[in-house]
Design a protein around this ligand. Structure first.
Ligand SMILES: C[S@@+](CC[C@H](N)C(=O)[O-])C[C@H]1O[C@@H](n2cnc3c(N)ncnc32)[C@H](O)[C@@H]1O
Length: 194
């Protein structure tokens, strides 16, 4: 699959049948006016519904290293009439963003942790941009064969993700339901590591 096809598949209507972004967002502490980072946002599956909730006065940092994905994000925002003032689009590696330190109330990363070579560096960046009270959310593929999605050998089991997250300054405080093929972890910063 080339990147264009991949971007379209991430926004495909069928995805919403098994992963409803609004239902996911309703399980997280998202409020009007908050600051959110969506790290590796792709074409914006979560950005559009997040922008509806944070509204004017809120801020969403939409970070992805792929120009193609960010072009799809722009079209997605135009189609859905998302206010461009709410969403700051950032072409960057997720581990070295220009997001100000301690500025985000919510940091979301979906379908990316399993794919990163340096998870330690990435999670240091997550801690850097998080406010002390921030909520941090990891959504990723379960390591069971469901017939589509990333190959089993590159997926990361929930238990392994929990260990990596806990070793890197985050505490899992709850789970969320992101649909049948994924797990979702809700975290807070470990204060002594901040
Ligand atoms: C599987 S897609 C997930 C997109 C989105 N989070 C979602 O769930 O719809 C992974 C995205 O991560 C981006 N990506 C991969 N490695 C990255 C990195 N090191 N820095 C920034 N973006 C990255 C890719 O360009 C792609 O858009």
């Amino acid at each position: 699959m080339d990147e264009h096809e991949f971007a379209r598949s991430l926004l495909a209507h069928e995805r919403k049948e098994w992963q409803d972004p609004e239902k996911i967002i309703s399980q997280i502490d998202v409020r009007k006016g908050i600051s959110v980072a969506d790290l590796a946002c792709g074409p914006g599956f979560f950005i559009v519904p997040l922008a509806r909730v944070v509204g004017k006065g809120g801020r969403i940092y939409a970070v992805d290293k792929s120009q193609v994905m960010l072009e799809y994000l722009k079209s997605n925002m135009q189609r859905s009439k998302t206010d461009p003032e709410i969403v700051k689009i950032i072409e960057s590696d997720v581990s070295k963003t220009p997001i100000p330190s301690a500025s985000c109330d919510l940091v979301l990363f979906a379908n990316i942790l399993h794919d990163l070579d340096d998870q330690k560096e990435f999670l240091a960046e997550v801690r850097r941009i998080s406010k002390p009270s921030a909520t941090i959310v990891d959504i990723d593929w379960k390591d069971t064969d469901n017939g589509f999605g990333p190959p089993l050998e590159i997926r990361m089991a929930e238990e392994k993700a929990r260990k990596i997250l806990e070793r890197n300054g985050l505490t899992c405080v709850a789970s969320l339901d992101p649909g049948p093929y994924h797990y979702g972890l809700i975290m807070k910063l470990q204060k002594d590591l901040k």
